[in-house]
Design a protein around this ligand. Structure first.
Ligand code: PLP
Length: 391
């Protein structure tokens, strides 16, 4: 049977491909250090696991959960927004649970895009924005994130005829893969643009709690007018090392949240309630575990950035996320550099072009590996690359 046209061009998910490369290299006996994966290596904090372990035995949780999330879970999300951002959310109408934010990001396209419509997606960017869009037979218009613009999209560069066809605008700060951050002035611009063209903003805030050196990201929903035009996707995955648990949320504009909940209630049946109760514990218990994690990532970031800069890179310290985004040395493409460091150094980096054409010329490395292995990776790169001269 022939596959549907919409999935014929669908590549294997970027990280599934990288997993294959790791397996191949390991089979050859190479001691591979992977700096390629955006999945925290640290375990979920103990108090969250304990809560879940207890809740697993509660028979109330063994039945189908509420489609849109337990009221207590949605209230916990609202309370987090109130305490952290001073944003008031109606837990009944402005919050919906997600099976990880990736799920909601993919399904929001089903809510608003008809064939031929346009979604504006960042390039480089998390692949799910454009893949969710193309699965609805709609067009992803790629907004370049350029280094000279601080990796923020330039809305004035989007042709008006494209903006007129656009229904969704995906944004993601702190940003994967570039580690860039956005301020209120940028979100104000985005909101004004969305109002001018009647576009829904979908802000992906997966890295909102992973920040360094006294910098603290704001929420898109803090900015005046945000709730008129958009929603924010939140995730427990990176904040609490819970990628395997599959839980997140969308919060913001009530009509958009209702539409997303309606689509979801017809195709999935929500999140295991024991996981929701664990997530409530994560959000409302003291946040020391998150502070500890930020310290660990700060130390790793310093090893990586100082190490690369000692070799000739000129990277500024990142303010947030678990990534470092850097130019490949002269003479390499993203792919040839990723291949070179795998073959010569046994180190996996993610080629920047995997995130879109404007990622070409860059590579991404993740802070999801212990300090000793990070130092080893840097030492191997230093031994094989020597001093790198950027013009
Ligand atoms: C990791 C990540 C997510 C989180 O996905 P979950 O489905 O919540 O685990 C969302 N967006 C970006 C950009 C990410 O890197």
């Amino acid at each position: 049977m022939e596959e549907a046209a919409r999935i014929k061009s669908l590549p294997p998910y970027l990280f599934a491909r990288i997993d294959e490369k790791v397996a191949e290299a390991k089979a050859k006996g190479i001691d591979v250090i992977s700096l390629g994966i955006g999945d925290p290596d640290l375990p979920t904090p103990e108090h969250i696991c304990q809560k879940a372990a207890k809740e697993v035995f509660n028979p109330e949780h063994h039945r189908y959960p509420s489609y849109v999330g337990m009221p207590e879970y949605r209230q916990a999300v609202a309370k987090y927004y109130q305490q952290r951002f001073n944003v008031a959310l109606d837990a009944n109408k402005e919050v919906v649970s997600l099976i990880g934010s990736k799920e909601g990001i993919a399904h929001i396209a089903w809510c608003y895009l008809n064939p031929g419509d346009v979604a504006l997606v960042p390039d480089p960017g998390y692949p799910v924005y454009s893949i969710g869009t193309t699965l609805t037979d709609s067009e992803a218009y790629r907004m370049p994130l350029l280094e000279e613009n601080g990796f923020l999209p330039d809305f004035s560069a989007i042709p008006p005829e494209v903006a007129q066809k656009a229904k969704l605008l995906f944004l993601n700060y702190p940003n994967n893969p570039t580690a860039a951050v956005a301020d209120a002035a940028f979100y104000q611009q985005a909101i004004a643009f969305a109002k001018q063209y009647d576009i829904i903003i979908c802000h992906d805030a997966a890295y909102q709690e992973i920040y360094f050196d006294g910098y603290k990201p704001i929420s898109f929903l803090e900015v005046a007018g945000a709730k008129d035009v958009g929603i924010e996707f939140g995730s427990l995955s990176k904040t609490y090392n819970m990628t395997g648990w599959r839980i997140g949320w969308a919060a913001g504009n009530a009509r958009v949240i209702e539409a997303l909940g309606r689509v979801k209630s017809n195709i999935d049946s929500g999140v295991f309630q024991a996981v929701q109760v664990a997530a409530i514990e994560a959000l409302l218990a003291p946040q020391d575990c998150v502070a500890d994690m930020r310290h660990i990532y700060t130390e790793r970031r310093d090893i990586l950035i100082d190490g690369l800069n000692a070799m000739g890179w000129k990277l500024a310290k990142t303010k947030a996320t678990i990534y470092v985004w850097a130019k490949v040395p002269p003479g390499f493409t993203s792919s040839s550099f990723a291949e070179f460091v795998l073959e010569k150094c046994g180190v996996i980096v993610t080629p920047g072009n995997g995130y879109g054409e404007y990622g070409e010329g860059y590579f991404r490395i993740s802070l999801t590996i212990g300090t000793e292995r990070l130092k080893e990776a840097i030492a191997r790169m230093q031994a094989n690359l020597g001093t790198v001269k950027f013009s």
